[in-house]
Design a protein around this ligand. Structure first.
Ligand code: DX5
Ligand code: ZN
Length: 220
Protein backbone atom coordinates (compact mmCIF):
# COMPACT_ATOMS: atom_id res chain seq x y z
CA UNK A 1 0.00 0.00 0.00
CA UNK A 2 1.49 3.32 -0.95
CA UNK A 3 1.53 6.16 1.54
CA UNK A 4 1.09 9.72 0.34
CA UNK A 5 2.05 12.92 2.09
CA UNK A 6 -0.71 15.37 1.17
CA UNK A 7 0.57 18.93 1.65
CA UNK A 8 -1.95 21.45 3.00
CA UNK A 9 -1.49 24.75 1.20
CA UNK A 10 -2.98 26.56 4.19
CA UNK A 11 0.59 26.64 5.48
CA UNK A 12 1.98 28.03 2.20
CA UNK A 13 3.16 31.58 1.64
CA UNK A 14 0.21 32.99 -0.31
CA UNK A 15 2.38 35.72 -1.75
CA UNK A 16 4.51 32.96 -3.31
CA UNK A 17 2.01 30.22 -3.91
CA UNK A 18 3.45 29.16 -7.25
CA UNK A 19 6.95 28.92 -5.79
CA UNK A 20 5.64 26.78 -2.90
CA UNK A 21 3.71 24.50 -5.27
CA UNK A 22 6.85 24.00 -7.39
CA UNK A 23 8.79 23.11 -4.25
CA UNK A 24 6.17 20.53 -3.35
CA UNK A 25 6.17 19.07 -6.87
CA UNK A 26 9.93 18.89 -6.77
CA UNK A 27 9.78 17.21 -3.36
CA UNK A 28 7.59 14.47 -4.87
CA UNK A 29 4.07 15.50 -3.84
CA UNK A 30 1.42 13.55 -5.74
CA UNK A 31 -1.62 15.46 -4.46
CA UNK A 32 -2.39 18.83 -2.81
CA UNK A 33 -4.85 19.54 0.00
CA UNK A 34 -6.86 22.79 -0.18
CA UNK A 35 -8.73 24.01 2.90
CA UNK A 36 -11.90 25.98 2.22
CA UNK A 37 -13.42 27.75 5.23
CA UNK A 38 -16.63 29.74 5.48
CA UNK A 39 -16.31 31.55 8.83
CA UNK A 40 -19.45 29.72 9.92
CA UNK A 41 -18.83 25.98 10.06
CA UNK A 42 -15.36 26.90 11.29
CA UNK A 43 -14.32 30.11 13.05
CA UNK A 44 -12.00 31.22 10.26
CA UNK A 45 -11.85 32.12 6.58
CA UNK A 46 -9.23 30.87 4.16
CA UNK A 47 -9.53 31.16 0.38
CA UNK A 48 -12.14 30.42 -2.23
CA UNK A 49 -12.90 29.69 -5.84
CA UNK A 50 -10.55 32.16 -7.63
CA UNK A 51 -7.58 30.85 -5.66
CA UNK A 52 -8.48 27.23 -6.45
CA UNK A 53 -8.71 28.24 -10.13
CA UNK A 54 -5.30 29.86 -9.93
CA UNK A 55 -3.83 26.75 -8.30
CA UNK A 56 -5.44 24.61 -11.02
CA UNK A 57 -3.71 26.71 -13.68
CA UNK A 58 -0.41 26.29 -11.86
CA UNK A 59 -0.20 22.53 -11.37
CA UNK A 60 -1.34 19.22 -12.81
CA UNK A 61 -1.40 17.55 -9.38
CA UNK A 62 -4.80 16.29 -8.20
CA UNK A 63 -6.51 18.81 -5.93
CA UNK A 64 -8.07 17.44 -2.75
CA UNK A 65 -10.55 20.13 -1.70
CA UNK A 66 -11.67 19.98 1.94
CA UNK A 67 -14.93 21.90 2.28
CA UNK A 68 -15.30 23.30 5.79
CA UNK A 69 -18.66 24.81 4.90
CA UNK A 70 -22.07 24.78 6.54
CA UNK A 71 -23.79 24.40 3.17
CA UNK A 72 -21.41 22.38 1.00
CA UNK A 73 -24.13 21.45 -1.51
CA UNK A 74 -24.20 25.05 -2.77
CA UNK A 75 -20.52 25.00 -3.69
CA UNK A 76 -19.85 21.57 -5.15
CA UNK A 77 -20.24 22.67 -8.74
CA UNK A 78 -18.23 25.90 -8.47
CA UNK A 79 -15.34 24.12 -6.79
CA UNK A 80 -15.42 21.29 -9.31
CA UNK A 81 -15.43 23.84 -12.14
CA UNK A 82 -12.51 25.58 -10.42
CA UNK A 83 -10.52 22.35 -10.65
CA UNK A 84 -11.21 20.16 -7.61
CA UNK A 85 -10.56 16.44 -8.18
CA UNK A 86 -11.66 15.36 -4.71
CA UNK A 87 -14.48 17.14 -2.86
CA UNK A 88 -14.90 16.30 0.81
CA UNK A 89 -17.83 17.31 2.97
CA UNK A 90 -18.23 17.14 6.74
CA UNK A 91 -20.56 14.55 8.24
CA UNK A 92 -21.53 17.17 10.88
CA UNK A 93 -23.43 19.13 8.21
CA UNK A 94 -24.39 16.18 6.00
CA UNK A 95 -25.52 13.36 8.27
CA UNK A 96 -26.61 11.36 5.22
CA UNK A 97 -24.08 12.41 2.58
CA UNK A 98 -25.11 9.93 -0.12
CA UNK A 99 -26.97 12.53 -2.16
CA UNK A 100 -23.93 14.80 -2.07
CA UNK A 101 -21.67 11.90 -3.06
CA UNK A 102 -23.93 11.30 -6.06
CA UNK A 103 -23.74 14.94 -7.08
CA UNK A 104 -19.96 14.99 -6.69
CA UNK A 105 -19.57 11.87 -8.83
CA UNK A 106 -21.94 13.32 -11.41
CA UNK A 107 -19.67 16.35 -11.59
CA UNK A 108 -16.74 14.04 -12.26
CA UNK A 109 -14.95 14.32 -8.92
CA UNK A 110 -14.27 11.85 -6.14
CA UNK A 111 -16.41 12.31 -3.02
CA UNK A 112 -14.97 12.30 0.49
CA UNK A 113 -16.42 12.35 3.98
CA UNK A 114 -14.79 14.15 6.94
CA UNK A 115 -15.37 13.93 10.68
CA UNK A 116 -14.24 16.20 13.51
CA UNK A 117 -12.55 14.76 16.62
CA UNK A 118 -15.67 14.72 18.84
CA UNK A 119 -17.85 13.07 16.18
CA UNK A 120 -18.07 9.32 16.78
CA UNK A 121 -16.69 7.20 13.99
CA UNK A 122 -20.01 5.35 13.88
CA UNK A 123 -21.43 8.42 12.12
CA UNK A 124 -19.18 7.86 9.11
CA UNK A 125 -18.86 4.08 9.03
CA UNK A 126 -22.09 3.49 7.04
CA UNK A 127 -20.72 5.66 4.20
CA UNK A 128 -17.08 4.54 4.06
CA UNK A 129 -17.52 2.34 1.01
CA UNK A 130 -19.82 4.80 -0.75
CA UNK A 131 -17.06 7.35 -1.17
CA UNK A 132 -13.46 7.51 -2.33
CA UNK A 133 -11.83 9.19 0.64
CA UNK A 134 -12.48 9.15 4.38
CA UNK A 135 -10.81 12.00 6.22
CA UNK A 136 -10.45 11.92 10.00
CA UNK A 137 -9.62 15.25 11.62
CA UNK A 138 -6.78 15.28 14.14
CA UNK A 139 -7.81 18.79 15.27
CA UNK A 140 -10.94 20.90 15.34
CA UNK A 141 -10.79 22.44 11.87
CA UNK A 142 -10.20 26.12 11.30
CA UNK A 143 -6.51 26.64 11.96
CA UNK A 144 -3.20 25.04 11.09
CA UNK A 145 -0.55 24.36 13.67
CA UNK A 146 -2.73 22.80 16.40
CA UNK A 147 -1.81 19.68 18.33
CA UNK A 148 -3.05 16.24 17.38
CA UNK A 149 -6.05 14.74 19.17
CA UNK A 150 -5.29 11.05 19.65
CA UNK A 151 -8.99 10.16 19.40
CA UNK A 152 -8.34 10.22 15.66
CA UNK A 153 -6.25 7.04 15.85
CA UNK A 154 -9.06 4.76 17.00
CA UNK A 155 -11.33 6.28 14.36
CA UNK A 156 -8.77 5.64 11.61
CA UNK A 157 -8.44 2.02 12.78
CA UNK A 158 -12.22 1.55 12.67
CA UNK A 159 -12.40 2.99 9.15
CA UNK A 160 -9.46 0.89 7.97
CA UNK A 161 -11.11 -2.26 9.28
CA UNK A 162 -14.11 -1.95 6.98
CA UNK A 163 -12.82 0.12 4.04
CA UNK A 164 -12.40 -1.51 0.65
CA UNK A 165 -8.79 -1.29 -0.59
CA UNK A 166 -9.48 1.54 -3.06
CA UNK A 167 -10.89 3.92 -0.41
CA UNK A 168 -8.27 6.46 0.60
CA UNK A 169 -7.87 6.79 4.37
CA UNK A 170 -6.76 10.27 5.24
CA UNK A 171 -5.97 12.26 8.38
CA UNK A 172 -5.72 16.03 8.71
CA UNK A 173 -4.53 18.35 11.47
CA UNK A 174 -1.59 18.01 13.82
CA UNK A 175 0.13 15.45 11.60
CA UNK A 176 3.90 15.83 11.93
CA UNK A 177 7.10 14.21 13.06
CA UNK A 178 5.64 13.06 16.39
CA UNK A 179 2.34 11.75 15.10
CA UNK A 180 2.70 10.65 11.47
CA UNK A 181 3.99 7.18 12.34
CA UNK A 182 1.03 6.46 14.61
CA UNK A 183 -1.40 7.67 11.93
CA UNK A 184 0.17 5.39 9.32
CA UNK A 185 0.26 2.49 11.78
CA UNK A 186 -3.44 3.00 12.42
CA UNK A 187 -4.11 2.63 8.70
CA UNK A 188 -3.98 6.14 7.21
CA UNK A 189 -2.45 6.26 3.74
CA UNK A 190 -3.03 9.93 2.83
CA UNK A 191 -1.38 12.12 5.44
CA UNK A 192 -2.26 15.81 5.29
CA UNK A 193 0.57 17.98 6.59
CA UNK A 194 0.66 21.76 6.75
CA UNK A 195 2.89 23.33 9.37
CA UNK A 196 5.08 20.23 9.77
CA UNK A 197 6.03 20.46 6.09
CA UNK A 198 5.67 23.97 4.71
CA UNK A 199 6.83 25.54 7.94
CA UNK A 200 10.30 24.05 7.42
CA UNK A 201 13.19 25.76 5.61
CA UNK A 202 13.99 22.70 3.45
CA UNK A 203 10.63 21.41 2.23
CA UNK A 204 12.13 18.69 0.02
CA UNK A 205 14.17 17.25 2.88
CA UNK A 206 11.22 17.42 5.25
CA UNK A 207 8.93 15.76 2.69
CA UNK A 208 11.38 12.86 2.45
CA UNK A 209 11.74 12.69 6.23
CA UNK A 210 7.98 12.64 6.87
CA UNK A 211 7.56 9.99 4.17
CA UNK A 212 10.23 7.87 5.78
CA UNK A 213 8.62 8.23 9.22
CA UNK A 214 5.28 7.17 7.75
CA UNK A 215 6.47 4.20 5.70
CA UNK A 216 8.80 2.76 8.28
CA UNK A 217 5.85 2.33 10.65
CA UNK A 218 3.96 -0.45 8.90
CA UNK A 219 0.26 -0.89 9.39
CA UNK A 220 -0.36 -3.10 12.45
C1 DX5 B 1 -7.44 22.50 9.62
C2 DX5 B 1 -7.18 22.17 8.18
C3 DX5 B 1 -5.89 21.46 7.97
C4 DX5 B 1 -4.70 22.24 8.36
C5 DX5 B 1 -3.65 21.29 8.82
O1 DX5 B 1 -8.51 23.35 9.67
O2 DX5 B 1 -8.20 21.34 7.69
O3 DX5 B 1 -5.77 20.97 6.65
O4 DX5 B 1 -4.20 23.03 7.33
O5 DX5 B 1 -2.61 22.03 9.34
P1 DX5 B 1 -1.49 21.45 10.25
O6 DX5 B 1 -0.82 20.34 9.49
O7 DX5 B 1 -0.63 22.62 10.46
O8 DX5 B 1 -2.14 20.95 11.51
ZN1 ZN C 1 -7.95 20.20 5.68
Amino acid sequence: MSILINPSLLAADFAHLERDIRQLEDAGAEILHLDIMDGHFVPNLSFGIPVVEAIRRTTHLPLDVHLMLSEPEKYLEPFRKAGADYLSVHIEVAPDPRKLFGKIRQLGAVPGIVSNPPTPVEAVLPFVNDCGLVLTMGVMPGFGGQSFDTRALGKIRAVKEIAKPDVLISVDGGVGEQTIGACAAAGANVLVTGTALLGKPDVKKQFAYLTELAVRTPFV
